[in-house]
Design a protein around this ligand. Structure first.
Ligand SMILES: [Zn+2]
Length: 237
């Protein structure tokens, strides 16, 4: 169907208390209270939060309605602790992109940058996440810069993350998020060859049927974005 209205896909990382000012990558945190307020206001405005797989028909114009994509990169425990019940209470779903080599581990890839130690969900927590109606997405094995490793390493990072997450969740994993938003035509093609149907970048825009489903843009929510900013990004992109 043509002339569909564009859809916003929101990006979150950690839903946890925001580190003190001056901390590196503070923008990756949204406080639990702020997150809850954002979701409640979206709901009050008539929006339904959906996972990537569920929002895709809206992006294509096959379905119509007030919807917003909710995505979390990295698979942190704080998302399970602070977002799961908020989403469930509002009848929302979402996609979380997991780093398959750090299941039950931590954000090892952030260590050199001094980003605070943050635990990643265990197998059990991932299953709880999926059983609550949320989608399991992949975010490579080790959170690598995909354009900086060789193509065969990139293939292993992408396809092995999908296999491992499918074993754990017992659901098909067809959505992918490029770590750091780092993608090239070769990497995009590897993601397709690895069995993914949808993939998201960090390019700032609303998603529409004009976009390659393997290069969908998103809007990032930072620590300084309150509910008004979240609603504005959802409505206007
Ligand atoms: Zn990431």
């Amino acid at each position: 169907m043509r002339n569909c209205s564009p859809v916003t896909i929101l990006t979150y990382h950690s839903i946890a208390d925001v580190p003190p000012s001056g901390s590196p990558y503070r923008g990756l945190f949204v406080s639990p209270k702020n997150f809850q307020r954002q979701m409640k206001w979206l709901s009050r405005l008539g929006y339904i939060g959906l996972s990537l797989r569920e929002i895709h028909p809206y992006i294509l114009g096959q379905k119509r309605g007030k919807v917003v994509g909710i995505t979390f990169d990295d698979g942190f425990c704080n998302v399970h602790e602070n977002a799961l019940s908020v989403l469930r209470d509002l009848g929302f779903s979402s996609t979380c992109f997991f780093v398959s080599g750090q299941i039950g581990g931590f954000n090892k890839w952030d260590e050199p940058k001094g980003i605070p130690y943050t635990r990643c969900m265990s197998d059990e927590k991932i299953r709880e996440w999926a059983n609550a109606g949320n989608e399991i997405g992949a975010h490579t094995v080790d959170h690598v810069h995909l354009t900086e490793v060789g193509l065969s390493e990139a293939f292993d990072q992408i396809s092995n993350s999908r296999k491992r997450l499918e074993e754990i969740s017992n659901q098909r994993v067809t959505s992918f998020s490029y770590p750091y938003g780092d993608v090239s035509p070769d990497i995009r093609n590897i993601v397709e060859r690895s069995g993914f149907k949808l993939a998201v970048t960090l390019r700032k825009a609303q998603a529409s049927s004009r976009h390659d489903p393997l290069l969908l843009p998103r809007r990032n929510i930072r620590h300084s974005d309150g509910w008004i900013a979240a609603c504005r990004k959802t409505i206007f992109g």
